[in-house]
Design a protein around this ligand. Structure first.
Ligand code: HEM
Length: 445
């Protein structure tokens, strides 16, 4: 039996010091030193690291691999029961019930919300002012996903939920760091701000769901679809399950897209030739009018730009899985219950699969080049049973926001600005993204 090579590190702490110093650098540095599978330690506990697309495919698509207990516990403790904490038949059944909410005809409705909200945001921007694109994109994508979920009827509650989500996202990071060092069976106990935020989040969602059930009035939004979803065998989501899944969608559906868009504005400011090509496409497809779902198939370059941003700066940069039984990855043995890390960020910058991996080259995703990319080396939306349910939503959202904004504003960076990457649940920009706004078109058609 052969075990993956083990990284050398501090006897007591293992790889914690390197990890704490620079998590992204730590994972990126593994391949050249140890190859694409190895073991590392967090204190005395052995973790495994995998950067081999075929092993990753095996891990993500096999029913014998599940999310680790710690990630399920952390997310479950504030979302309640949702696709993030469920596995196996229960998870599959709930996903099936949620799926119709993401069908193509529904996306056309969400596309209208995406463009209207973006135009709304732009109408409040003044020529010459400075805006933080991280904050702006966060607000915009939260507004979009809340409207897609609840319609406009509950915007006050949606705002409360948004605020609570932001507090919790920070709280969960602290929890994760703490609980990584404690036994997995310990219950999660929270105090203060994060604890209050969890209560607000759960109570507000319960109120929205209860009010919608009582009203018996269809609003034709995602929440209606979740409440009326019914499987072939007649099973439905309970109110608690609807609340959990609603929170999962809010949680997963805004910060990821917002961080991708923030990175994208940064990259476009640094690559004026890409921006010029993008604007030429938007001009050809949409002219002066706002884009719509019907334009999406023609906004090919916008899609390539968004996909390349997701390669270079994958919002969901990291995943963890564990095998339910002793198993093999290639010729290597991995024991039951061992945590296995997959760093999508490092995978996307692996020079074996991407030439000039640190360069921003949207043409990689041109139809004539896309076949050259290894199928399992580009995984911005994950793979297998837990693959992102909102991937089409996110791609359309990226394309339409990009097309709406690129035609109407110039965004420039302050001199000497350098973004500080921030990688925890999602991969974003720590120090914000201050950009100067130049209005290109005074009116929004
Ligand atoms: C650029 C934007 C997005 C990125 C990069 C992204 C990425 C991902 C990834 C990688 C996963 C799988 C995580 C894992 O394997 O553990 C995931 C799961 C998920 N995503 Fe997204 N996502 C995005 C946008 C969205 C949107 C817009 C929604 C909904 C409106 C959404 C809803 C979900 C849900 C519910 C899951 C959990 C699925 C499950 O566990 O079965 N995501 N996302």
């Amino acid at each position: 039996m052969k075990y993956p090579p083990e990284m050398s590190g501090s006897f007591l702490l293992g790889q914690i010091p390197e990890f704490v110093k620079d998590q992204l650098g730590f994972y990126r540095g593994i391949l050249p030193k140890y190859g694409d599978i190895c073991a590392y330690r967090v204190f005395r506990k052995r973790h495994y690291y995998v950067q081999n697309p075929d092993y990753i495919q095996q891990i993500m698509t096999s029913a014998k691999w599940v999310r680790t207990q710690i990630s399920r516990k952390m997310l479950g403790s504030f979302l309640g029961e949702s696709v993030f904490s469920q596995e196996g038949a229960l998870h599959l059944g709930q996903r099936r019930l949620m799926q119709p909410a993401f069908h193509r005809e529904r996306l056309a409705h969400y596309a209208e919300i995406m463009v209207a909200q973006t135009a709304n945001m732009l109408s409040t921007w003044q020529d010459g002012e400075q805006r933080d694109m991280v904050d702006e994109m966060m607000r915009l994508t939260l507004e979009i996903v809340s409207q897609a979920l609840f319609g406009t009827s509950t915007s006050r509650e949606a705002a409360e939920i948004g605020e609570a989500l932001l507090i919790i996202q920070r709280g969960i990071e602290e929890d994760y760091r703490r609980y990584l060092l404690l036994p997995a069976w310990l219950p999660v106990i929270r105090f203060g701000k994060a604890n209050r935020a969890v209560q607000v989040l759960q109570q507000t969602t319960q109120q929205i769901v209860a009010a919608r059930r009582a009203a018996k009035r269809e609003q034709n939004d995602l929440l209606d679809l979740l409440l009326s979803a019914q499987d072939e065998d007649g099973s439905r989501l309970s109110d608690d399950q609807v609340c959990g899944q609603v929170l999962a969608l809010l949680f997963a559906g805004h910060e990821t897209t917002a961080n991708t868009l923030a990175w994208l504005w940064y990259l476009l400011a640094k690559h004026p030739q890409v921006l010029a090509k993008l604007r030429a496409e938007v001009n050809k497809v949409c002219g002066d009018r706002l884009p719509s779902m019907a334009d999406a198939p023609h906004l090919k370059y916008a899609e390539m730009v968004f996909k390349e941003t997701l390669r270079l700066h994958p919002a969901a940069w990291y995943a963890e899985r564990t095998p339910l039984e002793d198993t093999q990855l290639g010729e290597y043995a991995v024991p039951k219950g061992a945590p296995v890390s997959i760093c999508v960020y490092a995978l996307h910058s692996d020079p074996r699969y991407f030439e000039q991996p640190d360069q921003f080259i949207p043409e990689r995703f041109a139809p004539e080049n896309i076949e050259k990319i290894h199928r399992y080396a580009y995984l911005p939306f994950g793979l297998g049973a837990h693959q992102c349910i909102g991937n089409q939503f996110a791609l359309i959202e990226g394309q339409l926001i990009l097309a709406t904004m690129a035609a109407r504003v110039d965004l420039s960076l302050p001199e000497g600005y350098v973004p500080k990457p921030r990688a925890f649940i999602t991969y974003g920009i720590e120090n914000g993204l201050p950009m100067r706004v130049g209005v290109r078109q005074p009116t929004l058609a």
